[in-house]
Structures are given as structure tokens and as C-alpha cells.
Design a protein around this ligand. Sequence first.
Ligand code: B12
Length: 262
Amino acid sequence: MLAVSEATVKRWADAGTLLCFRTPGGHRKFRAADIADFRRRHQYDIEKAAGEGVDGSDYVAQFRSLALSGDSDRLVTLVAQLRMKGLSLAAVFDTVAGPALADIGERWARGAVTVAQEHLAAQTVVDSLSRVRALIEVPATKGRVLLAAPGEEQHDIALRMMAVLLVGMGYSAMMLGARCPVPDLALMITADKPSAVVLSFAVTHPFESMRDSVNQVAIATRSVGAKLFVGGEGTSKLEVLPANSFKTHSLVEFVETLVTNA
Ligand code: B12
């Protein structure tokens, strides 16, 4: 949040400049209110202090290079800094993280990035998402939402981003992840009765198989009165949607649709 090293934070804490309390195990813990107070008292200018973090305006390039270097610590810091600049988390995902990963995909497609590097980047983003999720999770008071990448779909990062957004809004997110067989998903929906189901298709699957998957899942969601959200590049040709389903292009739109139709 302050874009300084762990050693600096420890020094401030030990000097009493930044209030903290100790766990029985001796770990320093910080209250958000104390950090906010510290920032106010020291008129802390995050832009200037962030020599090791945000140093320009090309956040997509920063995100890309942190992901490629496997630095999930600084990726979490970058996300926090962008939030403090006033971007919603959904906007950070849509406008910084998504384009950074698309850029990595383009580099992979033209041989500038190896498969191993691409895997490291994807895994680093997944790691940082689970850490962001732990930071923003609020008690689950709303419904349960199942998230899945159906059939042969191997891309699940957009779903993980949506899970983070959902838990931050008080939903409980059941992440089924990549390559989820559609008949099994339909069975789980009818047994578990979630309030919503989210499907993501990142790649171009044969149109009929994608549409059939959506229709099969829609039969199950309709039978339990759940809403169905579909999205991702792979759904670009899907124009006719089953009843009680929504196709949204971005995560910002997803959050808006969810809030409007809750
Ligand atoms: C990481 C990655 C992988 C990882 C995935 C790891 C994981 N856990 O997800 C691995 C290594 C497994 C992988 C595998 C493959 N990949 Co790949 N991969 C990528 C990469 C680099 C990033 C994908 C990603 O996570 N993006 C970030 C997310 C957040 O962005 P997004 O998916 O676009 O989603 C955004 C929106 O579409 C929307 N959205 C998405 N879903 C939904 C759902 C809802 C409900 C809503 C509201 C919104 C929404 O919100 C997101 C944020 O704005 C992309 C490059 C790219 N252009 O995206 C290639 C890319 C998608 N992969 C590609 C390919 C070809 C493959 C493989 C076929 C490669 C191979 N030969 O084996 C395989 C298997 C594909 C399969 N059958 O599923 C191509 C797809 C081309 C095409 N159009 O079909 C791409 C575009 C790379 C390229 N430039 O050629 N890949």
C-alpha cells in the first residue's frame, strides 16, 4: 500500500512511527485505520515513494513484466496502488491485467515468449489473485455463485478475477476452474441451487459446441431459478441467449449487471 520495502515498514513500526500490534507469535499486524492515519500525518505521496513500484503511467507494461518475472508480491502492490488511484478492481482487471496477459499471449504467438515464461506469468497472476482475494473478502451474506470454464476450455484467469470481485461483494464463490464437464456442472447446479452461474470461453471453440454448452447449463440454471452469466472472446458470435442469461463483455459490466439484477 505504501510501495516501500518490508524492511522500511519494520523500521517505521519499531520506531513507533507506524502503529502496529504483535500477535502472540511476534508478527507485526497493521490496522487499515492506522495506515490511513500514517499517510495523513506524513502527507505520504505514494507516487513519489513508489520508486520500486508505480513509476510511470504504463501500468500494462509494468503488470506484464512483473508477471513474466514471477513477482506476485509486487503484482499485489501494483493492484493496491491502482485501487488507491481510484480505479475499481474490475477496471484494474479489464484495463491493466487483461491487456498485459493479452500482450504476453501475442508475444507467445510470435515466439518472443516461451511456453515456460507464459506459464510462469499466468501462475504468478493466479497467485496474486488469491492474495488479493484474501485481502478483500467480506463475510458471505449473499448467494452462492458457481464459476466454470466448460468442456475443453483451459483458461480460467477471468473466472478467478470474477471470484475475487464476487467475494468482495459478499457472495460466496465456488470456483470449479478449467475443463469442467458440462453434464457434471449441470448436475451440481441442480443439486446445489446457486443464485448464479458464470461461464467463460476464452478461445474460439466450434460455435455449436459452445452454444450447446451454454444451452445445457441454461436448462439447469432455469430449473433452479439461477441467473447465468456468459462471457469471454469465445462467445463473441453468441447472439441469441437463453432466458435469464446475460452476456457481458467486461468485468466492469459484469459487476454492474450483477448489482442491477441482484
Ligand atoms: C494464460 C494463457 C493460457 C494458459 C491459461 C492458464 C489459465 N489458468 O487460465 C494456458 C497455458 C493453459 C493456455 C492454453 C492454451 N492457450 Co492460451 N492464452 C493465455 C493468455 C496469454 C492469457 C489468457 C488470460 O488469462 N487472459 C486474461 C483474462 C482476464 O482475459 P480474457 O480471458 O480475455 O477475459 C477478459 C474478457 O474477455 C472478459 N471475460 C472473459 N470471460 C468472461 C466471462 C464473463 C461472464 C464475463 C462477464 C466476462 C468475461 O473479462 C476479462 C477481463 O476483461 C491468452 C492471451 C489473450 N489474448 O488473452 C492466450 C490465448 C487465449 N491462448 C491461446 C491458445 C491458442 C491456447 C492453446 C490452444 C495453446 C495450445 N496450442 O495448446 C491452449 C489451450 C486452449 C484451450 N483449449 O482452452 C490463444 C487463443 C486464440 C483463439 N482465439 O482461439 C490466445 C489468445 C493466445 C494467442 N495470442 O494466440 N493459455
